[in-house]
Design a binder for this molecule. Structure first.
Ligand code: CP
Length: 323
């Protein structure tokens, strides 16, 4: 159990209250399972890991990474975070060389892996698969992306990056690209709304943010504006969060051909942006951000990648109950 002192500013007065939070053995499946206070606490823990060289607090612990879909950043940053905390890593990055290729079920795979590891990180193409794994496993499970549904630790590192760059989270954010299939934006939209951000949702027709995500944002009470055009909002946002069109999720390849390359962020696309704009992307990118943008001070997506390490250290250490 950890305790956080939270400050509420109301009519110029500061009210402090303490919140009891339990992270030990908690699954990280959806960002919706976390309160503002809990997210804040994780971000503070990540900041501490970034400031101080971490100790081997996960010595003798084993992380299993089960990746049934391709990954570079999520798998390697979890593995790097675990190693930096003194732990060991086992895993599957190619299901084709595991017994899944012989027809073993996800249930039997999880029941097996929980005997070998203290914590499981899973990425799977099926929505709900991480929750399913958590329900089976006696060990904590972290969702590294379940289909188009959720990617909660990506959201934590996105929030961490915005807070680091902007010193606050109640900023104006444009989410651009494939808002229908992008799990990173589904998670992030909810969290940004919780923290009082204003959202502009920019997507081509057919790839709009799902209705249930919009309803969720509306229920939280965050302002939201939907458009197909970046030029309508680019002058009025603090953060431009670009996403890839998720080719692999389209049931019909012809539908992908209609929208591929629809947005291209280059120097001209951001010429009317605020000087202080930052550009983020969960990566990988294909062609939606021109490499010429990489050298601009606005581009922060490789810092965002780097921030995955302290954030995932915090997630692992909290769930293991060692901080
Ligand atoms: N952002 C992200 O999830 O990247 P990977 O697919 O490389 O893990």
């Amino acid at each position: 159990m950890v305790e956080s002192i939270t400050k509420i500013y109301k009519h110029g007065k500061v009210k402090e209250y303490s919140v009891q939070m339990e992270f030990k053995d908690k699954d990280i499946i959806s960002i919706r399972d976390f309160s503002v206070e809990e997210i804040d606490y994780i971000l503070k823990a990540a900041s501490n890991f970034e400031k101080k060289k971490p100790k081997a607090i996960l010595d003798n612990k084993i992380l299993a990474t089960l990746f049934f879909e391709p990954s570079t950043r999520t798998r390697l940053s979890f593995e790097s975070a675990m190693h930096r905390l003194g732990g060991e890593v086992i895993g599957l990055s190619r299901p084709s060389v595991s017994s899944i290729a012989k027809g073993e079920s996800l249930i039997d795979t999880i029941k097996t892996v929980e005997s070998y590891a203290d914590i499981i990180v899973i990425r799977h193409p099926r929505e709900g698969s991480a929750r399913f794994a958590a329900d089976i496993s006696s060990k904590p499970v972290i969702n590294a992306g379940d289909g188009s549904n959720q990617h909660p630790t990506q959201t934590l590192l996105d929030l961490y990056t915005i807070k680091k760059e902007k010193k606050k989270l109640n900023v104006k954010v444009a989410l651009l690209g494939d808002l229908k299939y992008g799990r990173a934006v589904h998670s992030l939209a909810h969290a940004l709304a919780l923290f009082g951000a204003e959202l502009s949702l920019i997507s081509p027709r057919g790839l709009e943010m799902p209705a249930e995500v919009i309803e969720d944002i509306n229920a939280i009470g965050a302002p939201v504006y939907q458009t197909e055009r970046l030029d309508e909002v680019i002058g009025n946002v603090d953060v431009l969060y670009v996403t890839r069109i998720q080719k692999e999720r389209f049931p019909d390849p012809e539908e992908y051909e209609k929208v591929k390359g629809v947005y291209k962020i280059d120097r001209s696309a951001i010429e009317n942006a605020r000087q202080s704009l930052i550009i983020l992307h969960p990566l990988p990118r294909v062609d939606e951000i021109s490499p010429e943008v990489d050298v601009l001070p606005q581009s922060k997506y490789f810092q965002q990648v780097k921030n995955g390490i302290p954030v995932r250290m915090a997630a692992l250490a909290l769930v293991m109950g060692v901080i």
